[in-house]
Design a protein around this ligand. Sequence first.
Ligand SMILES: Nc1ncnc2c1ncn2[C@@H]1O[C@H](COP(=O)(O)OP(=O)(O)OP(=O)(O)O)[C@@H](O)[C@H]1O
Length: 294
Amino acid sequence: MTKAEPALVVQGLCKSYPLPGGGRTAAVDDVSFSVAAGGSLGVVGESGSGKTTVARMLVGLVRPDAGTIAVNGRERTPGQRGGGKLPGLSRPGGGKAARLRRAREIQIVFQDPYVSLDPRLTARQCLQGALRLHGRYEGEAAATRVGELLDQVGLGKREADARPRGLSGGQRQRLAIARALAVDPQVLVLDEAVAALDVSIQAQILQLLADIRRETGVALVFVSHDLAVVRHITDDTLVMRRGRTVETGPTARVLDAPKDPYTRLLLSSVPREGWDPAETVRLRGELAGATRAD
Ligand SMILES: Nc1ncnc2c1ncn2[C@@H]1O[C@H](COP(=O)(O)OP(=O)(O)OP(=O)(O)O)[C@@H](O)[C@H]1O
């Protein structure tokens, strides 16, 4: 962990959903973490471990049952049931202005920008719309800012005037990142943001994110099932299993010397030279047995 003041502090986050036959399932169960300003946290785990639910709670798309989320010391989790309160934090207000302010604090980039980008708008119009919505820049200043954002994510003149269907997958993701950056967020959440891209394009986007982090000081929360990606882009890693945190620490330590059997299982599931899938199956069987015995 760096010594900088945390940009993001999450404490005791919980979310459960009703099960079809009755009862509830805990999608996220008492998850806590912090990310320094300019820091980068990877949230990893298998499908269904609760990663996306955490990401969606961070940006307010899912309301937590309990727990708090604070950006730069200001709580941003209104109206949750049973939520704790961090000492010394002010409660967030309601209303459109407060919602927009919260949106500016934490932005998210999803796996598939095709879904989140308006197909009718060119890249330039998309960015102009984001600036207008948040009343950030007007007239000339807005045009200048749009140019800066396009530059920052490496989109040129042709792409600026193209609609999403005229952009490649990597270019669409660059646009989604530019739109998120338009409001100068303190925290950028990336939910499997490179999972759908070819590996060479993945590398370019990861490099872009590393550059942006260095240049802007934005804190990154990188949700991914891909341990190689997380190794490349994060300082710290949190491993989730069945909604709970099983291990957290500096990424190199977690990935090179994992303490938890589940983290070892995740690492052993990654194909590599001399890889033995039977070993992964054996570890999974052992872990399932140990969990049943708990
Ligand atoms: N809206 C919902 N209604 C009911 N159950 C849900 C809902 N959203 C998530 N869940 C359940 O919560 C658990 C965690 O899901 P989540 O999508 O957060 O996991 P994940 O680690 O992101 O998986 P994936 O990588 O497959 O998206 C799963 O058991 C899932 O079925």
